[in-house]
Design a protein around this ligand. Structure first.
Ligand code: NDP
Length: 247
């Protein structure tokens, strides 16, 4: 399927590494102007800018901590001052701080909730204020099957990923009359830094659970995001598209 996002401006949070970078690259290849944000890994951000060939003049990289309201407000000010408007927001930034509940620190709980869930709320809140005026927009939240099934050692992460789905469904009902759709993409095990620190035997165990017998790629996820962001998905809202190899 060919995607065309010429004349559209797309925001991808956590868009300089991993899945976010894959999504940002796919939008660039489809002609969009892309604003990719990151938290602190400047090396990855610079590397991304260096690597991009096609559409490098349409790529804008910005530091923005989604847990800080002031950062998010400044970010949207930059977006509106520079591009006047935007069309798509992909809430992709996310972290894990794994521990069993009995051993989990309050900080590990709070950091994950602040980034994955409150970050999604804050970025979306300011987005709908802008998109409502135009009566068009797409918000796509990157959740995880862990939010549906639960996972030992990831209660904080799972709670935020389930929360993102509930948030998506609720927001989709609030903004439907403004022709804004809100959906989730739920990737299974995707080969990124996110799972790179897991022990090999654990990765092997994960792989055995995947019917299609491979980890997903960032491109697998990016294609689904572009589909939901495109005009062919006009009638889809409040949905969760699973990209899990059948997990
Ligand atoms: P990575 O760890 O590779 O990248 C995470 C990105 O989020 C980085 O760009 C990071 O910025 C950014 N980020 C972290 N904290 C903040 C913050 N406070 N403010 C702004 N940006 C922040 O993760 P993945 O690419 O693997 O995962 C992306 C999304 O996909 C996450 O939401 C994750 O939950 C979800 N997911 C991933 C799966 C996987 O198997 N990989 C499976 C299912 C879901 P910086 O580069 O500066 O650190």
């Amino acid at each position: 399927m060919q995607f065309d996002f010429t004349d559209q401006t797309v925001i991808v949070t956590g868009g300089t590494r991993g899945i976010g970078r894959g999504i940002a690259e796919a939008f660039l290849n489809a002609g969009a102007t892309v604003i990719a944000t990151y938290l602190s890994n400047q090396d990855a951000a610079e590397q991304f800018q260096q690597d991009v060939t096609a559409g490098s003049d349409r790529l804008h990289v910005r530091q923005c901590d989604v847990t800080r309201l002031e950062d998010v407000e400044n970010f949207y000010k930059f977006v509106c001052d520079t591009f006047e408007t935007f069309h798509v927001l992909v809430n992709n930034s996310g972290i894990r701080r794994d521990a069993i509940v009995g051993m989990m620190t309050e900080e590990d709980w709070k950091d994950v909730v602040d980034t994955n869930l409150t970050g999604t709320f804050t970025m979306s809140k300011l987005a709908v204020q802008n998109l409502s005026r135009k009566r068009y927009g797409r918000i796509i939240n990157i959740t995880s099957p862990v939010g549906k099934f639960g996972f030992a050692g990831q209660a904080n992460y799972a709670a935020t990923k389930a929360g993102q789905v509930a948030f998506t469904k609720s927001l989709s009902k609030e903004v439907a009359s403004r022709k804004i759709t809100v959906n989730c993409v739920s990737p299974g095990f995707i080969d990124t830094d996110f799972i790179a620190d897991l022990p090999d035997d654990q990765k092997q165990q994960y792989l055995e659970q995947v019917p299609l017998k491979r980890f997903g790629t960032v491109e697998d996820v990016a294609h689904c995001v572009l589909f939901l962001a495109g005009r062919n998905a006009d009638y889809i809202t409040g949905a969760v598209l699973e990209v899990t190899g059948g997990l």
